[in-house]
Write a protein that binds this ligand. Sequence first.
Ligand SMILES: [Zn+2]
Length: 347
Amino acid sequence: MGKVSAPLVSQLRDSLRKTNAVGAAETLVPEESSQRTNVLKTPETELFQKISLDRPRSGFATPKPLAESDVVVEELEAGGQPRRGGVRPGAPPLVLIRRLKTPEAKPEDVDQEVDCPFKEFGCEQKDSAHEVKKHIRDDSALHQTQLGDGVRDLKQRTMASIEQYSATFKQIDSAILRMTRIACLYSSQFVWHVDSYAAALQKAKRGVAPVVFSRPFFSHRNGYRLAASFAPFGDGDAIREQNSVFVCILKGEHDDVLPWPFACPLTFTLLDQSPDKANLHHVSVRLTPKTVEANLPFLGRPKSGRNPAFGIQRFVPLSQMKSDGRFVYKDSLFIAVQVDVSAMKEI
Ligand SMILES: [Zn+2]
């Protein structure tokens, strides 16, 4: 229990005096005339009514309610004498009288030392029950100070706990955030190395093989099984102008526990391979699948080995795909496919 500074004590006393102002008249009544009827109706006598001034001095301990063991039942004959022997024929009906055994008086209780009820607030007074009663009556200022101390201490400890908890919650929040970021970095980005670009472009121009496919990859841990595809000479309306990039959903081992149709936004990025790493200009296009009925063949759960591909027809202009330029270096290019699974519940 901490010590209270002098100004605090007087402040506390002032405020208590104010709150007791209503009861002040009662405390002025002389003890003799009021005859033990709530002579001191201060807050602490209200709180600790166990030691009431109304109680007779001799029986300080509260009489226990009568228990089964306190009752003795004896059979008495009509004359009031305890019955002996068997039942005589023709004897008058027995009158059963229950005699109550009163609890034995315990005179030692009167002088036994008891603690002041304010012990847990720091009061060390220990005396006979009668003296403690007087102490409660006379030392109310001391007890108020002790209570004030206790409340102040409790307040400090509560504030400390609250601060500690909010610090812990902040730590948990930041740990979750970091975990989510790490999970995204490790699980949902696939970087596809497309080599022999010149040969692939020639084949596409001649219409022999308009599209090249990546190896299968997963959207995230225990996620969708996907494959990327790339049309070096473009696809559909974009042919001869811009290349195209796609993704398709393959049958995967986690399909049973994944949500369908597939709805994760995808980001395709053609990586800038310039030696000046401080000044890179990757080309990124984000695609958010529309889960409408017409798109179900692309986004629904694959019935055969793979769904038809969907993606970005107009990706990067062919004019930007010069060999040993930004994007084609040593006849290779790199396409990153990032699957945004943040809106999806982790399995
Ligand atoms: Zn005390």
